[in-house]
Design a protein around this ligand. Structure first.
Ligand code: TXA
Ligand code: MG
Length: 315
């Protein structure tokens, strides 16, 4: 891809129209969602989708989430079910992604699904994401807008730090409110938790009236994005630390002395929204990071999932 300057757009109607035209031309546009910034491309255009993988340097076996304006549009691409309807009624628009069987005539490029016969669909809640989806009037494939293996972006500045010159534009509408990626639920078999995220698994189980299958055994594709070393700061990350070792920066939770605190009051939603921003900020100081223990219930399960990936050994 030839280097070009990345256009920094706002969220005004003319800017979103311009972003929608760029998407229609097969260009890459990063945009805010309530979870993290996504790197968007027309999901029907194989060349545009290929450009996402190239810009991120992402392994091509990792399938992408398709963003849609509403549940009705989602139903045009996948085989819908009662469970899907229940979850869409309860959580859409919002930070939940459903994996469902692809429907014949879906029109989605196979590069989006990496050749699978299922598709991940999500209806985001962010008003700017929704306005862009309406202006574009089509399915937008969008992984998180970071180079592969790096921390997900929760501001336009994070997007530009990783991808400036490699994408056509970023739509800047401030920081993301949820700060963690969407929860992914597989519905092509028994309902399964494929990735913890912005909607707590317990809330999903309450709506379905059944437990989610976790770590589905033998389902090789259940977590293809779950490459262990992911969301990685450049320096080593140590978890469940009661206190920092000499030289370490300390990321706290709850009332304590630390360099940055995810939530001084111990609120898991506040911690989720702050997680990637604080990791970015500590990462820029080029020292190892120690992280205080985070409770493992509700959004804490998703926070701990991301932290384990940040701490995983890497090459
Ligand atoms: O909150 C989010 O979900 C953000 C924003 C931008 O919407 N997107 C995001 O996308 O996190 P990404 O590409 O970073 O993560 C997509 C995850 C990957 O783990 C991928 O393997 C999984 O979704 N996935 C996509 N399609 C799938 C499928 N058909 N079956 C199983 N997993 C799938
Ligand atoms: Mg990602």
């Amino acid at each position: 891809m030839s280097p070009h300057e990345t256009l920094h757009l706002g969220a005004s109607a003319p800017d979103l129209l311009r972003a929608a035209k760029m998407l229609a031309d097969g260009q890459l546009v990063a945009f805010p969602t309530e979870t993290v910034y996504g790197l968007g491309a027309d999901a029907r255009n194989g060349r545009a989708v290929a450009a996402i993988y190239a810009a991120k340097g992402r392994p091509s076996f990792n399938p992408l989430i398709v963003h849609l304006a509403d549940a009705e549009t989602a139903r045009a691409h996948v085989t819908w079910s009662d469970a899907a309807q229940k979850l869409a009624d309860a959580f859409w628009p919002g930070p939940l992604t459903l994996v469902l069987p692809l429907r014949p005539g879906h029109g989605i490029s196979d590069l989006v699904t990496a050749g699978l016969d299922t598709l991940a669909v999500r209806v985001p809640a962010h008003p700017t994401a929704r306005a862009l989806l309406r202006a574009f009037d089509g399915p937008i494939a969008a992984p998180s807008a970071n180079p592969s293996g790096r921390i997900s972006p929760t501001t336009a500045a994070h997007v530009l730090a990783g991808l400036a010159g490699r994408i056509a534009a970023v739509v800047d509408d401030g920081p993301c409110a949820v700060g963690l990626e969407s929860t992914i639920v597989g519905l092509s078999g028994a309902p399964a938790l494929l990735r913890p995220g912005g909607v707590a698994a317990e809330e999903i189980e309450a709506v379905l009236g059944t437990d989610l299958v976790r770590n589905a055994p033998g389902d090789g594709i259940s977590a293809p994005g779950q490459l262990l070393s992911h969301y990685a700061p450049a320096e080593r990350v140590r978890l469940n630390a009661e206190a920092p070792h000499p030289g370490e920066l300390f990321l706290g939770f709850g009332p304590m002395d630390c360099d940055l605190n995810l939530s001084p009051s111990g609120d898991l939603e506040e911690a989720a929204a702050a997680l990637f921003g604080h990791l970015h900020a500590l990462d820029s100081r080029a020292r190892p990071i120690a992280v205080a223990p985070i409770p493992d219930h509700g959004l804490g399960a998703a926070i701990n999932d991301r932290l384990r990936r940040a701490a995983a050994p890497r090459d």
